[in-house]
Design a protein around this ligand. Structure first.
Ligand code: GLA
Length: 684
């Protein structure tokens, strides 16, 4: 576990002082000063105690090159401070003013088709542009020097949702520099990229370009490295401004808002540079899987922060406006979403945004204070949330203990999604999500872990689909099993090395001895699926659902593992699909095919039972009643009812619901959409 830094302690101190943080993005530059006063008053009514100010204020502060308009911001910060509302002050670099792109077109990003994007929206900057970076640093320096000691400012927010990509000439220069640092010599790069294929050999780094539009498939390692470079380049932008803020004397925590499993940023590489992990979460109310799927994102955020509490920086109080079809959330649903984040480790619950915009592209995006004003169900719901969060203060800082780890790594995701594979239907996120849902349905806590983990301390480690497995990961998994863990490796894992080059030998090459099976070919499965027969060692005493493989299967043979299920028809008839191998004090399970949900559920249930993993109630981890989410944070057992019907749950002993103050004994009723936060200890 990494050490707690002074800025992180400053965040914890803020929460201790004010309780769980509650608020949202506040964009006062869009409103007249008399509205600011009303805002502060209504924020106070709602229990808002933290707002992010200035995310998109660059053009207001610097309307012409070099100008500095601070008066409005001075007034806003003073008003907020007087109102007892802390500020997360943003360096406004996500949306440069139009003049920057017009005067310096090289600051504008170029897409892979060579089209230069123009001002008029937001995010129109190239992370590689020196001129952009100079201007971003200059405004950030002046902002930080002016407000480092302002008593309202308790946190800094760099940029917004870093996730830009650029294929322009400056990006080409930076990409080449990045490649020089990674490979040293051009011949090492040629080796790593396998450029003997299709006559791609490079004589010099200067010949290399970003993967712009090409006649046919791009070299997969070039593509992987460009993704790695792009993430690193954005991280450099963040670090530069973080350092500028620190150098200006600011001691507050510094953060930037992540975007869950975002495809352009390797957050494992970023996390160490972020004082408090923050995330923007917009689960789709139209998806029945939203509660489980957002729980996975929340567990990732907790894991990125080494188990520490995190900030839900943005969510929607009701509808978004960027989907094609936007369903509103009821106030009850919005409350449940917020409390779910707290249950899963958030110490701050914030929204995009405080006051709904009248103008601009997001005029129909919901906000805490809607167009209709304070006399609205939405705002009444906001006030209720403010009250609820006060009641949940006892959980602030509390951790979640997990016996299960689920492996997720960005390089593997990137390399595993390159085109021209046995099947384009195998989707890394879909597999991780399907496996995780089985934990969620059982109320089992899980950490998300990177490939560089040592995995010690976990009873169960799930590897749903990890295309790249490097020697250190294979060795760490082996050690974990020897020491007693149950490791489950899913299909098409351990296929390639760090350069995305396929490992030769029977697969999974580096995990072969561990899993006790090996394969020689992966193939797409016909649309009808490939029926499986469970061996009675697996099926004994019960009847498994009729298992079936789909999407992708591997031609396997056992090399010492017990075969638990085999394909029954066609070319694969008799080929193992699932095997179990005891090694040392633990067990490795190998799934050589993508299987249907019911089979996956049976497998994960069996692994958890064999590993002695318990659920949030401390019981053996069976499937909970439909719609129930159970998670234990510190001493508090959170029970959330995501179903449309009431639930009646048995919870041993006498408990107090922090939200209602009610005492429960044995049976706990949870109305649809409701949440219980049960503690054994009286905290007031
Ligand atoms: C993102 C952005 C916000 C806003 C919201 C709308 O999270 O950071 O500025 O655009 O989306 O959902």
């Amino acid at each position: 576990m990494s050490t707690t830094t002074a800025p992180r302690r400053a965040f914890d101190a803020l929460i201790t002082e004010r309780g769980l943080a509650f608020g949202g993005d506040y964009n006062p530059e869009q409103w007249a000063p008399d509205v600011w006063r009303e805002d502060v008053e209504l924020m106070q009514q709602a229990g808002v105690n933290l707002v992010t100010v200035g995310v998109f204020s660059w053009a207001t502060i610097e309307p012409t090159p070099g100008a500095r308009e601070w008066a409005w911001l001075d007034e806003v910060l003073d008003l907020l401070h007087a109102g007892g509302i802390a500020v997360d002050l943003a360096s406004p670099v996500a949306s440069p003013p139009p003049w920057l792109g017009i005067r310096h077109p090289e600051t504008l990003p170029v897409d892979r088709d060579g089209v230069r994007l123009i001002p008029g929206s937001r995010n129109q900057f190239s992370p590689a542009s020196r001129v952009y970076r100079q201007h971003a640093a200059a405004i950030t320096r002046d902002l930080a020097e002016r407000y480092a000691d302002h008593p309202a400012v308790r946190m800094w927010h760099v940029g917004n949702e870093y996730g830009q990509i650029d294929h322009g000439d400056e990006a080409a220069r930076e990409f080449r520099l990045w490649l020089r640092r990674r490979y040293g010599t051009i011949e090492t790069l040629n080796e790593a990229w396998g450029t003997a294929f299709w006559s791609q050999h490079y004589a010099d780094f200067d010949e290399i370009l970003p993967p712009r539009r090409m006649p046919y498939l791009v070299n997969p390692t070039q593509s992987l490295d460009f993704r790695r470079y792009s993430s690193d380049q954005l991280l450099e932008c963040y670090r530069e401004l973080r350092d500028v803020i620190r150098d200006a004397g600011a001691s507050q925590p510094i953060t930037t808002n992540f975007m869950g499993f975002h495809a352009l940023t390797d957050y494992w590489a970023w996390a160490g540079d972020i004082d408090v992990i923050s995330d923007d979460q917009y689960p789709d109310p139209a998806s029945p899987h939203a509660p489980a799927d957002i729980a996975l994102v929340q567990d990732l955020m907790r894991s990125l922060g080494d188990g520490r509490s995190w900030v839900l920086m943005e969510q929607a109080i009701s509808a978004t406006s960027w989907r094609e079809h936007n369903l509103p959330k009821s106030p009850l649903r919005a409350r449940r979403d917020s409390l779910q984040a707290v249950a899963r480790g958030a110490d701050a619950v914030c929204y995009f945004q405080w006051r709904q915009a009248r103008a601009g592209a997001e005029r129909f995006h919901s906000a805490m204070l809607p167009h209709a004003g304070a006399d609205s169900d939405v705002f009444r719901g906001v006030r209720r949330q403010g009250d609820d969060l006060k009641k949940l203060s006892p959980v602030a800082g509390a951790r979640i203990d997990a016996d299960v780890a689920i492996l997720f790594d960005w390089s593997s995701w990137w390399a595993g999604e390159e085109p021209a594979r046995p099947t384009a239907r195998l989707n890394t996120m879909a597999e991780i999500t399907r496996w995780y849902r089985e934990l969620w349905r059982r109320g089992v806590a899980a950490d998300v872990v990177p490939a560089a983990s040592d995995f010690s301390g976990y009873r169960t480690i799930l590897v749903p689909h990890s295309y790249i497995v490097e020697p250190h990961t294979a060795a760490a998994l082996h050690r974990a099993v020897e020491a007693g863990a149950h490791v489950v490796v899913g299909p098409f894992s351990g296929v390639a090395d760090a350069n995305a080059q396929v490992l030769t030998g029977r697969s999974p090459v580096l995990l072969r001895a561990l899993v006790g099976v090996s394969g020689e070919e992966w193939g797409g499965v016909p649309d009808a699926g490939s029926p499986l027969a469970a061996d009675e060692r697996w099926d004994a005493g019960r009847t498994l659902p009729e298992p079936s493989a789909r999407i992708l299967a591997e031609r396997l043979r056992s090399e010492g593992a017990d075969v638990l299920a085999r394909h029954t028809i066609g070319d694969l008839a008799g080929v193992p699909a699932l095997a179990r191998h005891d090694v040392g004090d633990g067990t490795a399970w190998y799934l050589g095919a993508v299987v249907d949900d019911a089979t996956l559920s049976a497998l994960i249930g069996d692994v958890l039972a064999a590993a002695g993993v318990t659920d949030a109630f401390g019981a053996s981890a069976g499937v909970l009643p439909e719609g129930l989410e159970a998670v234990r944070r510190g001493d508090v057992l959170f029970l959330l009812n995501h179903a449309d019907t009431p639930l009646d749950i048995t919870v041993e002993g006498s408990r107090i619901d922090l939200l209602t103050g009610e005492e429960t004994n044995g049976s706990v009723g949870i109305a649809p959409g409701e949440v219980r936060a049960l503690t054994e200890r009286r905290t007031w």
